[in-house]
Design a binder for this molecule. Structure first.
Ligand code: TTP
Ligand code: MG
Length: 590
């Protein structure tokens, strides 16, 4: 009998979806002719993702653009700086997936991952099974319409299994394993149905994992990528548990929730010396591989031991227990009904010269308009606010005055002031421009004066307006019939929707210039504004814009993301950080 801490809730069936080469798929959905071509998506100077045709020809994620172009000159390279299309696709796909589940348990994670808790659907269908003819079963997708569903063979798992070679019949004939095996078999057929329906209706393919927790369903999907699905089969509870067999082989840093710092401490504990990470930090691998099994089998491993090991600033109470459970394959966290509203929305622009009040008012109004437009897209559904940010923040980056010799010392320091978000920002009664104008007059100007008390004499290279401190609305008490209606509407939407093809975003390779101005978007530092440019400042402003490009040349040192532990060359750091900013950390299991 496992200790209280290690008791797993294996009575759930959870399906994890990860859309294949997501950003590339969004462009393919806009223009299906791209599907057969090698396609790569560029941000700054790197390929953030590419389709599988491009991968077959040697391209890979987080590759330097110059290298990609020489490896595969025929690749179509599209600009992915503007995240609007990804955000929109992500929202629609989430709604589509959510339309299948009954208990409103569909949790979005980042742009391209969703968990569905389908337990109640599985239980309903378990009751419908005729145990004398399992191979001729019918899966009911609706509690009200018995004809809505699909035929399936409940003696077989749909898709791949872990372990690969497994005798399902034997599992079904074992009293100990039959119930869990059946639940997972039904889960696998439902997953297959949803996955293929999604492909048929939306064109998007995905990689899917089926298990009894968020942790296992997320990790098991990776075994068969792309367009695959994998179910982790019993035994779960014995010493020869497939959960241990599967999880033990993972590098400790690959476990969601265990970020870089925790992973390093665990590595050191296992190795009995400090883990020489920086030295081994080259894209694609590290010398200091410590796997989950090594941690799990530490003789003195316990929640308390780990709590002490991690103790230090910034560590939350209970972290030892959480990690203790995770390395033992226990994750009892619920699938929340959450669209993963962003934690903050931040809009900024950088400037070659911004040194008069009139210009500042104009720019703050334009940034605020974009901010309000974005809040209306990201934070509302059917005219209701899903999240309300508590704090409004204004940030600027002043340039230092010229030195006596005419040179200018560069600074990347930002200064900011915050206040509570005024309630009128949530009004739908006025246009975003009207609200932005009011915001600037009543709130942003006073904040600006606190940052820059003098009427002039300053010169700004950047202005940022942001809302933070998001409070999410819980979807409790929603009338059930409205909910079903909404679900149906979302599913139908895909039957009729034709996504436009945006021609401007396709870059003809031959004409491609490295320094081409980027497509304006909200989540990144945009190319400098054309306000009173002068030749000296242009160069300076471009440098300013690309703080992250300072990392160029630091390639050998590499960068390991503290959130997801991904290793990458230094030049990929900035795009990668932006990726996390825009998605709730994909490594978090709450
Ligand atoms: P991933 O799931 O890592 O990649 P992917 O879906 O493109 O490919 P795969 O089929 O291998 O899962 O990331 C999801 C999207 O996030 C990806 O399409 C592009 C974007 N992204 C960034 O913008 N920056 C990054 O550093 C990474 C890793 C991804
Ligand atoms: Mg993906």
């Amino acid at each position: 009998m496992p200790s209280k801490h290690l008791q797993r809730k294996d009575d759930r069936v959870i399906i994890h979806f990860d859309y294949d080469c997501f950003y590339a798929s969004v462009f393919e959905a806009e223009n299906p002719t791209l599907k057969t071509q090698p396609l790569a998506v560029q941000q700054k100077q790197i390929i953030v993702t590419c389709n599988y045709e491009a991968r077959r020809r040697g391209l890979y994620k987080l590759q330097r653009i110059t290298e990609a172009r020489s490896t595969c000159p025929e690749a179509v390279i599209v600009l992915g700086e503007d995240l609007t299309r990804f955000r929109d696709a992500s929202k629609s796909l989430y709604q589509y997936l959510r339309s299948f589940v009954w208990a409103q348990k569909a949790e979005k994670c980042g742009f391209d991952e969703v968990w569905l808790d389908v337990t109640s659907m599985i239980e309903y269908n378990l009751d419908l099974l005729n145990h004398n003819s399992l191979s001729q079963s019918f899966f009911c997708l609706s509690q009200t319409d018995p004809l809505q569903g699909f035929a399936y063979d409940a003696t077989k798992v749909a898709g791949h299994t872990y372990p690969k070679a497994v005798d399902v019949r034997q599992l079904l004939s074992s009293e100990q394993h039959r119930q869990l095996t059946l639940r997972l078999i039904l889960g696998s057929h439902l997953a297959m149905h949803i996955r293929l329906s999604m492909e048929e209706k939306t064109g998007y393919t995905s990689t899917v994992g089926i298990g009894t927790s968020k942790l296992i369903s997320k990790l098991i999907g990776n075994v068969n990528k792309p367009k695959g699905q994998t179910t982790l089969l019993p035994p779960y509870d014995t010493e020869s548990s497939n959960i241990y067999a599967f999880l033990d082989a993972h590098d400790i840093g690959k476990i969601p929730y265990i970020g870089f710092k925790l992973a390093q401490k665990l590595r050191e504990r296992v190795l009995g010396r400090s883990a020489d990470f920086a030295a081994g930090l080259v894209y694609g691998g590290t010398r200091e591989h410590v796997d989950v099994g090594q941690v799990r089998l530490l003789p003195d491993l316990s929640a308390e031991m780990l709590e002490k090991l991690f103790a230090g600033p910034g560590m939350t109470h209970g972290i030892g227990l959480r990690v203790y459970q995770l390395v033992n394959g226990v994750d009892n966290t619920e699938v929340a009904d959450a669209r993963n509203v962003p934690r903050q929305i931040s809009i900024e622009d950088s400037y070659i010269r911004l040194d008069t009040m009139d210009q500042v008012i104009r720019e703050m109004t334009s940034l605020s308009t974009r901010l309000i437009d974005r809040m209306r897209v990201d934070l509302t559904e059917d005219g209701e606010w899903l999240g309300r940010p508590c704090t409004l923040r204004l940030t600027t980056r002043p340039r230092l005055p010229l030195n006596a010799d005419g040179s200018r010392t560069r600074t990347f320091n930002r200064i900011s002031r915050s206040t509570s978000t005024p309630s009128f920002m949530f009004s739908f009664a006025a246009s975003s421009v009207a609200l932005a104008t009011q915001l600037v007059q009543e709130i942003l100007m006073p904040l600006f004066k606190k940052l820059h008390p003098e009427r002039d004499g300053w010169n700004l290279s950047l202005v940022n307006v942001a809302v933070t401190g998001m409070e999410e609305k819980q979807e409790l008490g929603t009338d059930i019939s409205t909910l079903f209606k909404k679900q149906e509407d979302h599913r139908k939407m895909w039957d009729s929707e034709v996504l436009p093809f945006v021609e401007d975003d396709i870059i003809d390779n031959a004409d491609f210039e490295v320094d081409k101005p980027q497509v304006p978007g909200d989540d990144y530092i945009q190319s400098s504004q054309d306000i009173d440019p002068d030749p000296v400042d242009i160069w300076e402003a471009e440098d300013d814009d690309d703080d992250e490009d300072m990392l160029e040349g630091n390639e050998q040192a590499g960068y390991q993301c503290p959130v997801c532990n991904e290793l990458m060359p230094g030049f990929a750091q900035a795009a990668h950080e932006r990726f996390h900013e825009n998605s709730t950390s994909s490594s978090q299991l709450h």
